[in-house]
Design a protein around this ligand. Structure first.
Ligand code: SF4
Length: 148
């Protein structure tokens, strides 16, 4: 019989949970490098079109562009700097209807390795280490939303 090495169950560094609570800095709403786009799912587009009480078609024409075949928010040339067009001061003006990408920050698949977490999240987002611990189950649920 051939020897099959047993696979060790992979333990994530965040298995014990992570303390995180949004501090309302608006930092995650500013465009920077690879984090420059707010991608939209089909459900995001429908929810946001409803929010503005316009048709889906109109919403896409007015606010969206396609990058790599996926819809994302189009920049507003009249808006200051590289901020999301819906950011006003440090406040999201479409908060109740905001996209899944915004709801799940900072628990994005690309952030969940120690190096990216330190560089892209800890160094940049004041919510890390604040508030209650978010359990690994909740983190996984967020990650799943971003992987759909
Ligand atoms: S939609 Fe709202 S939460 Fe999302 S990036 Fe824009 S301002 Fe921030």
């Amino acid at each position: 019989m051939a020897y099959t090495p047993k696979r060790k169950k992979e333990t994530k560094w965040w298995e014990d949970g992570i303390r995180f609570e949004c501090q309302g800095s608006g930092n995650c709403c500013q465009s920077r490098g690879a984090y420059g786009y707010v991608y939209l799912t089909d459900e995001d587009c429908i929810r946001m079109a409803d929010h503005f009480e316009i048709s889906l078609k109109e919403f896409k024409q007015k606010f969206c562009k396609k990058v790599d075949g996926q819809y994302c928010l189009r920049e507003d040339n009249d808006h200051e700097g590289n901020d999301c067009r819906f950011l006003s001061g440090a406040r999201c003006t479409v908060y109740a209807a905001r996209p899944v990408q915004c709801r799940t920050w900072p628990f994005w698949p690309e952030n969940m390795n120690p190096k990216a977490w330190r560089k892209e999240v800890v160094a940049f987002c004041p919510g890390v280490g604040k508030g209650k611990k978010i359990s690994s189950e909740k983190i996984r649920a967020q990650l799943n939303l971003m992987s759909d």
